[in-house]
Design a protein around this ligand. Sequence first.
Ligand SMILES: [Ca+2]
Ligand SMILES: [Ca+2]
Length: 417
Amino acid sequence: MAGGAGSRVRTLRLLAAAVVLAPIPLVAAAVSDGARAKGLAKQTVTARDGDLWVGARQLTRGAADDGQPDWAPDRRHVAFVRQEPGERRSALWVVRRDGGRATRLTGGEQVVAMPAWSPDGTRIAYAASPVEGGSFDVWVIPAQGGRPRLAAGGPAEQVQPRWTAAGKVLHRTLQPGEPFPEKTSDADTPRSGPRELLPDFDQRAPFRLTLAGTKLGFASATDNIGEGPVWVRGARARAGAPMRAQQLVRMSDGGVRVYEGAGRLRYTPESTHSHWHLLDFQRYELRTLDGSLVVRDRKSGFCLADHYGQAARRSMVYTGARFFGNCAAYQPRALRVEQGTSPGFTDLYPPHFHGQNLELRGVPAGVYLLVHRANPSEQLQELDYSNNAASLRIRLSWVGGSPRVETLRRCESSARC
Ligand SMILES: [Ca+2]
Ligand SMILES: [Ca+2]
């Protein structure tokens, strides 16, 4: 009796909380995100000893001399100049802000200098001069790569390109004997418009390992420690058509940018658990120590929500909970479904909860890596992809047909434990 009354009180409290929280409109809340974003520490990108750094994060490494960095307006990429050791020529490169996916944009026998990103983020201006002699001219190249176009040329040294708000390229002409200007850091992009407040998944190492028969269950937790929410919207024109996901990204001025191709959602009908799942949000794998795949999960998908505020202290921006949806439960014919995780919140799934496990049958005794990876195909835009994997080193043994699992080591930020 007492238990029943207690649970009724708890239910009423939960209902009251839901009523208080539910009416908070997503769009109105964007303004406070923007205001908070202005208080974020500036993330200056600097060149030191031939490598690029953002704060304590090293963006580039290796023998090449990297310098003259310039932030993209949305601060997701950095343009820079790379000179290989022993070479006179140099080239324009772009690297993702977490150090991933560096690509070269220019080739040929030329010296490149002073990249400057256009305010709309689509083009990069730079100065270049042939290695065999001649003067610097100013060129413009598409930021995704392509053919460069001459913006300012002639016998004098045209250097230091910069952009007007309207997208026109200005430059400076050096006087004879005038020293060549050098750029060692890029504090911000004041010439640019609003920037993206991206989420950042930070995967925790697997925990609460539990065996059920030959299945190894585990809890998984993914913190959003980014500047904005993970915000996914599924939409389709008619029931029966595939539900494709868009990612909505908040901007620092309160606006929203929409990315198509953020994955797929699928309706999962189960007696306890019928709703729309985001596919490929996380992947669970057993791998050998040299990285070969042994077993993969069969989990059907994920329903993101602000249920657990565990990441709050690790987040740069904490704007409170905002995603309380049930992922369109019991609506298989829904045309639209929205889900997400606010900064400071954690997506947490307990062991054996709808596929939170791996089948060990047939796996020989030995030492393995149990790897959890968030956003494995990078279909969602985020600040940093280098913190998406975490792992355990485990020892598997078999006793009378039953598995035993012992954790040997825990690696919170690496797939190779
Ligand atoms: Ca020139
Ligand atoms: Ca991440």
